[in-house]
Design a protein around this ligand. Structure first.
Ligand code: FMN
Length: 190
């Protein structure tokens, strides 16, 4: 069920060494391909990264868990694949909302397939461009890291207005989510 999957999914930042099949990654990207696109212009392109040597190089361009200093995957816990989302500026100048929708599609299909994912915005884009030989007409927008989960974060309540995710004494990440009644109203903004 879509609702349950969306509610249960949490960002995964630590992965097992198990590789991810090409078919599974292609299924994720195919879902992005068929996702909504403003004016159906479909300006996005995708680079799938799964070669061992490139995985390490791409990892060196990423930053993890900004609220938790020192919390990042070790070499053993690195993602087993990345999908890098690119905007083709020959088709559209500004990315708009398409990339956000695309990475959500990728994350949700990955989750359905038993994979964990982390959407990555904190990327050293010039460095990643050089590593993946991305031409100037393609803008690097976001990436999605993929792999079998090696952690199990939990959803929590926002306490005292603090939305920062935190680590408990067992090393489990708690992700505070605001209450529905605090963010949603009917028919007017109050
Ligand atoms: C656009 C976007 C960019 C993100 N960039 C990063 C990132 O660079 N590094 C990271 O560790 N997490 C990143 N995240 C993951 C968020 O931190 C995560 O979604 C948030 O803490 C809520 O947790 P949840 O996904 O488990 O609900 C990003 C998420 C989004 C939507």
């Amino acid at each position: 069920m879509i609702y349950e999957k969306i509610v249960e999914r949490r960002t995964i930042r630590k992965f097992t060494h198990e590789s991810v099949s090409k078919e599974t990654i292609e299924r994720c990207v195919d879902a992005a391909r068929l996702s909504p696109s403003g004016m159906n212009r479909q300006p996005l392109k995708y680079i799938i990264v799964n070669e061992e040597i490139l995985l390490e190089k791409v990892f060196s361009t990423t930053r993890w868990a900004g609220y938790l200093p020192d919390y990042e995957p070790s070499r053993e816990e690195m993602p087993r694949a990345y999908v890098v989302v690119l905007l083709d500026k020959r088709i559209k100048e500004e990315v708009g909302h398409d990339a956000g929708i695309a990475v959500m599609s990728i994350s949700m299909v990955a989750y359905e397939e038993g994979l964990g994912s982390c959407i990555l915005g904190a990327i050293d884009r010039p460095k990643l461009r050089r590593i993946l030989k991305v031409p100037e007409e393609l803008e690097i927008v976001l990436a999605v890291a993929l792999g079998r989960p090696a952690e199990d974060p939990v959803t929590d309540k926002v306490k005292n207005g603090d939305i920062k995710y935190w680590l408990d004494e067992n090393g489990v990440i708690h992700v505070p989510k605001r209450k529905l009644e605090d963010i949603c109203s009917w028919n007017s903004s109050s």
